[in-house]
Ligand binder design. Structure first.
Ligand code: PMP
Length: 414
């Protein structure tokens, strides 16, 4: 026998996360990284968060215990308030509509396992967040990709895509997954008109929408646009997820989902076979942080930090990168620039960039593999994701200069 372990079919075909693999390649001195989608560590509210540890003295006997699968009550109370704000849902969800999860990565995983059988088709934006592809792939999903432009998903193409999937696979897609506000990786924000149209189409075809919204509160310019969930009002069609990862710290691993009570119940039962509950200790720390009123002022602070960094990246890209080498839309919030490297292969550019000590994520990582796509296929070989939140302003300028050098070299030696 070759191996003691006879791995499952799923484990046998699993690939490592492309972005997590990149991290290993770019850990070297002098490297400037626009690769990881990481918050600015200098902006973490370290002392304020540490001061919340008093909750362990005060409520330690509860906080150190197993918690309810639905979430720790004081944090649930804080989330009902947070969701009521006009910048969030603008209404208070019902008690049975809310679930706290261990990161929104877990929310995607639970929804995938609650709704999908192997072979089911999910519509995803092209490009989309690879962590979602990974989770839904684990649930056996296949993917139909819908193109995006500077205003997000090209929703008018949806009815034809749904028809193409039905023709090819004999089944209707089971879910539409979207990151409508400051998408990872494109930074695009779906316009209000498109949000309304997306809802109309999803309602007509009776396909639920998963609105993944970890970046929505990080708007630094332009007009706020309501979430799809809030536009949908009473309709159970929209599953809404957000997270403390980008607005507080990813290390807390605390996120939440607002959805129809039947789906929430199914997710709760799924997670009872997985992690039982999110760490009560971190939920209590986050709850205390919110109860002390620290979240809103922290948000103001990071929005201004990220605005400065985004402007620094925009300025440096305009200054150093020739207009015939790349084009992009300046984001109004979130973490990312999405560069179209005109006529170039971003994997090839990536390898040259690493030699110049500048890292980004090549576009193909944000698309499903060809063999798991149903309907017309899309791929991102000419694109690059640049994260502007992690590097400092000097590194942003220097990093864009290095990238410009790489693009010029490549132009001379195609
Ligand atoms: N969805 C999107 C769109 C993301 O960008 C990320 C993290 N990069 C996640 C979900 C997962 O976030 P969390 O840390 O809450 O698990």
């Amino acid at each position: 026998m070759d191996s003691l372990f006879r791995f499952s079919a799923l484990a046998e075909k699993m690939q490592p996360s492309p972005i997590r693999e990149l991290f290993k390649m770019i850990q070297r001195p002098g490297m400037i990284s626009f690769a990881g989608g990481l918050p600015d560590p200098a902006a973490f509210p370290v002392s304020a968060f540490a001061s919340c540890a008093n909750v362990l003295e005060r409520d330690g006997t509860k906080v150190l215990q197993y918690g309810a699968s639905e979430g720790y009550e004081p944090l649930r109370a804080a989330l009902f308030d947070l969701m009521q704000k006009p910048q969030a849902l603008g209404y208070r969800p019902g008690a049975e509509e809310l679930l706290i999860t261990s990161g929104s990565q877990q929310a995607v995983d639970l929804v995938g396992r609650a709704l999908l059988d192997p072979g089911d088709v999910v519509i995803v934006e092209a490009p989309t967040y690879p962590g979602t592809l990974h989770s839904l792939r684990n649930a056996g999903a296949r993917f139909a990709t819908i193109k995006c432009d500077g205003d997000g998903m090209c929703v008018e193409a949806l009815p034809e895509l749904i028809a193409a999937v039905e023709r090819e696979s004999g089944q209707r897609p089971k879910l539409i997954y979207s990151i409508p506000t400051f998408s990872n990786p494109s930074g695009a924000c779906l316009s209000l008109g498109r949000r309304q149209r997306l809802l109309e189409i999803a309602t007509k075809f009776n396909i639920p929408i998963f609105e993944d919204d970890p970046y929505g509160r990080l708007r630094f310019s332009g007009e706020a646009i309501p979430s799809i969930k809030s536009i949908a009002g009473d309709s159970p069609l929209v599953i809404y997820a957000s997270s403390f990862s980008k607005i507080l710290a990813p290390g807390v691993r605390v996120a939440w989902t607002v959805a129809d009570p039947k789906l929430i119940r199914s997710m709760v039962m799924m997670r009872q076979g997985e992690d039982l509950c999110t760490s009560t200790v971190t939920q209590a720390l986050v709850a205390e942080y919110c109860a002390k009123g620290l979240l809103e002022s922290h948000l103001e602070h990071i929005i201004s930090v990220y605005q400065t960094k985004s402007s620094a990246m925009q300025k440096a890209l305009v200054e150093f990168i020739a207009s015939e080498s790349a084009e992009w839309h300046e984001p109004e919030g979130g973490f990312f620039f999405w560069l179209h490297l005109l006529g170039r292969n971003s994997d090839e550019v990536f390898h040259r960039a690493i030699e110049e000590n500048i890292a980004f994520v090549p576009g193909h990582s944000f698309y499903p593999d060809h063999d798991e796509q149903v309907g017309p296929t899309n791929e991102g070989s000419q694109y690059a994701r640049l994260c502007f939140t992690f590097a400092n302003s000097n590194q942003i300028t220097e990093g864009c200069q290095r990238l410009a050098r790489v693009l010029v070299q490549g132009d001379k030696n195609p």
